[in-house]
Design a protein around this ligand. Sequence first.
Ligand code: IPE
Ligand code: IPE
Ligand code: MG
Length: 247
Amino acid sequence: MGSLQSIELKNKIDYNNIPEHVAIIMDGNGRWAKKRFLPRTAGHNEGLKRVTEIVEVATKIGIKYLSLYAFSTENWKRPQEEIDNLMKLLVHYIRTELNKIHKNNIKIQTMGDISKLPKTPREEVERAIKTTENNTKMILNIGLNYGGRDEIIQGVKNILKDINMGNIKEEDINEDLFLNYLYTKGIPDPDLLIRPSGELRLSNFMLYQIAYTEFWFSDILWPDFKEEDFYRAIIDYQKRDRRFGGI
Ligand code: IPE
Ligand code: IPE
Ligand code: MG
């Protein structure tokens, strides 16, 4: 961190046009490990170090919301050993980083059905949410057992429940109301979506929220994703002409 190149890039950032919400699909850990003839877990370990760095950098440059895709509804298809390892890493992350996150006034939130996580990671995640609930500098929104389709379906079910209970009427349903039924309730849509690893797809990430998000794809594997790559993404974003359907 803090290389000459990253300092130069950092100086090119327009601080009047920082994306309010940045979302990242952290991908490529397995391939990073494979290239080094290491087990996939080594890639996940290295990827976790990038999480710590990027959270710090994002806070420093004034990003208000950082959404990180950590575990998808489809990732349960992976071998149990890899799932167990990812859950252990989540616990490790909270145990080693929570104090610092809290001290830095960062609020941890999650998206996804965390009730399906194993007990220890679930309890640690709940503790992290509770500890940081009143923090205001940045929201770190972590996708855990998250899927965009699952989110929309849960939202529809909850709307139906509220209609049946008489809390809302069918004619109340509109885009503003629907936002309250998503995991991202209270969080504005992402301005910038970053996907490293060379894949040009969304893999079920924030399908509803990214209608007008700017995409930044890169071949860099997540464990290689450095501070300067984050700055590059932001500088590129700042050159985009966001029209939202207007002229
Ligand atoms: C991203 O890296 C981490 C998670 C999905 C949890 P991958 O494990 O998907 O790495 P690749 O895509 O196989 O390289
Ligand atoms: C997306 O990566 C999920 C996370 C980063 C948590 P995947 O590696 O699961 O996506 P696919 O399988 O390549 O689409
Ligand atoms: Mg992957």
